[in-house]
Design a protein around this ligand. Structure first.
Ligand SMILES: N[C@@H](CCC(=O)N[C@@H](CS)C(=O)NCC(=O)O)C(=O)O
Length: 220
């Protein structure tokens, strides 16, 4: 049985859930909440030495880092989401890296300061929000160009790159990153993927999901 450690508030965890769903793999979701310090216990650190969610455990095999996890899941299940061909893989990897290193970092600044800092009583850094939005204004046009020329991020086929970017962009509405609305190809691509079962099985709307989690947290 696959165990997935993490919580729904994390878009990196969503990335893994989309992949598991797409591959039709059943999993045990072990709720692990970093806000409650559950990522710092000796038990969790034994599974994931970095203390970050997501992590997985499959019959004693432990793995962390969302991109590494979904690459492993797709490769070990011979999925077309991550084809064997070295060049195809390299292109998928490039878009996954771009999404994780650049887009997610910029978006994370805005998400943290607009949602998680207020939620956890930490100071809000307006400068960081500004920097994040400025970077996104550079990155969204790159994604728009790619998706106006290709049906999917890495070309003609749906791949891990799409699942990865989709999860990273999920919090845009919640974090009021309205600049994304200016990009029609990006919008169409998101809507198309969100109508697919792998997404619908997780949740219909990330913002609502997070709002519910915030309400539950406040009620504790
Ligand atoms: N590069 C990592 C990022 C993981 C990450 O930053 N996870 C956050 C939640 S989204 C976390 O565990 N934060 C708790 C901490 O760093 O203490 C991945 O893709 O898995």
């Amino acid at each position: 049985m696959i165990k997935l450690y993490g919580m729904g508030l994390s878009f990196n965890v969503s990335k893994v859930r989309y992949c598991l769903n797409h591959l039709n793999l059943k999993y045990d979701w072990v709720q692990t909440n970093p806000i409650a310090g559950e990522n710092r216990t000796p038990e969790f650190l034994n599974i994931c030495p970095t203390g970050k969610i997501p992590a997985i455990e499959i019959d004693g095999f432990k793995l962390f880092e969302s991109n590494s996890i979904i690459r492993y899941l797709a490769a070990s299940n011979n999925s077309a989401l991550y084809p064997q061909d070295a060049k195809k893989r390299a292109v998928i990897d490039a878009w996954m890296d771009y999404a994780a290193i650049h887009v997610a970092q910029a978006l994370g600044r805005v998400l943290f300061n607009r949602v998680f800092a207020p939620m956890t009583g930490q100071p809000v850094d307006q400068g960081s929000i500004k920097v994040g939005l400025e970077f996104l204004d550079k990155y969204f046009p790159v994604l728009e160009k790619q998706l106006s020329q290709n049906q999917y991020l890495a070309g003609k086929e749906l791949s891990l790159a799409d699942l990865s970017l989709l999860a990273i962009l999920d919090p845009c509405e919640l974090a009021q990153i309205t600049s994304i609305d200016k990009y029609p190809a990006l919008k169409k691509w998101r809507a198309g993927l969100k109508s697919q079962p792998f997404y619908q099985k997780c949740y219909k709307d990330y913002s609502q999901f997070v709002q519910d989690a915030i309400s539950a947290q406040a009620a504790r």
